[in-house]
Design a binder for this molecule. Structure first.
Ligand code: E4P
Length: 225
C-alpha cells in the first residue's frame, strides 16, 4: 500500500519526502485554499517537488466545464491525476477524460455502490472517505472493506485510495483491507513513525554509548608488551 500525504503545504511535503516513504499527494480545494496562494502556483510547486502521483481537484461545475478544467490540470505535469466528485457530471467528465488516457481520481465516495460507478466510469482510482463516514456514525472501514472485496471479485482495475484517515489504526486497517493507497494529513503521517518505546530505547542506547566513550577517554592507556 502506498502512503500519500493529504496536503497542499510544501513544507509538510518536504518533511515527509525526506523520510523516503512518500508515494504521492492528494489535494482538495479546502487544502489549497488554506495555503492562501495562487492555486496554479501551489499545484505546480507540488508537481515538480515529487515524482509520485498528485491529485488536483476540479472546481468547475457542469460536464463541459469539468472536462475542460480537467484537461488543463492534467497538462500541468505527467504525475497529475485529475480529481472529480462522485456526481453524475463528475462521472460523465471522468469517462470523457479517461477515454483520452487522462488518469482520474473519483472523490467524495461514501458507499460501495458509488465505488462500482467509479470503476465502471474507468477511474484510475476511487477515494472512499473513511473519517467523514465515522463522523456521522457510519462504519467507514466497513465500506472500505466492501469496496476492496467487490473490486477483487469483479476484477476492477481502479485503485482503492483510502481517504479521510484520522489516526494510525485507520492506516493499518486500510492496509489489511487491501487498499492500494492510503492518504492522510501530516499529523497522522507523523504519528505513524512515533512510538514511546522507540524514543526510550534510542535514548538508552545513546546514553550507554556515551558512557562507554567517557570511560574509554578517562582510562589509562594500555601498556605495550
Ligand atoms: C482525499 O483526497 C481528501 O482530500 C481527504 O482525505 C479528505 O479528508 P478530511 O475528511 O480529513 O477532510
Amino acid at each position: 500500500m502506498k502512503l500519500f500525504l493529504d496536503t497542499a503545504s510544501i513544507e509538510e511535503i518536504r518533511t515527509v519526502a525526506a523520510w523516503g516513504v512518500l508515494g504521492g499527494i492528494t489535494t482538495n480545494p479546502s487544502l489549497v485554499a488554506k495555503e492562501g496562494d495562487d492555486p496554479d502556483a501551489v499545484w505546480k510547486t507540488i508537481l515538480t517537488e515529487i515524482d509520485g502521483d498528485v491529485s488536483l481537484e476540479v472546481t468547475a461545475l457542469g460536464v463541459e466545464e469539468m472536462e475542460a478544467q480537467g484537461r488543463s490540470l492534467a497538462e500541468m505535469g505527467p504525475n497529475a491525476v485529475v480529481k472529480l466528485p462522485m456526481t453524475p457530471d463528475g462521472l460523465a467528465a471522468a469517462a470523457r477524460l479517461g477515454a483520452d488516457g487522462i488518469r482520474v481520481n473519483i472523490t467524495l465516495v461514501f458507499s460501495a455502490a458509488q465505488a462500482i460507478l467509479a470503476a465502471e466510469a474507468g477511474a484510475y482510482c476511487v477515494s472512499p472517505f473513511l473519517g467523514r463516514l465515522d463522523d456521522v456514525g457510519s462504519d467507514g472501514m466497513g465500506v472500505l472493506r466492501t469496496i476492496c472485496d467487490l473490486y477483487a471479485v469483479q476484477g476492477y482495475q481502479s485503485k482503492v485510495l483510502a481517504a479521510s484517515l484520522r489516526h494510525p489504526m485507520h492506516v493499518v486497517e486500510a492496509a489489511l483491507a487491501g487498499a492500494d493507497i492510503a492518504t492522510m494529513p501530516f499529523d497522522v503521517f507523523t504519528k505513524l513513525v512515533k512510538h514511546p518505546l522507540t524514543d526510550i530505547g534510542s535514548e538508552r542506547f545513546q546514553a550507554d554509548w556515551d558512557r562507554l566513550q567517557t570511560e574509554l577517554g578517562t582510562r589509562e592507556p594500555r601498556k605495550e608488551g
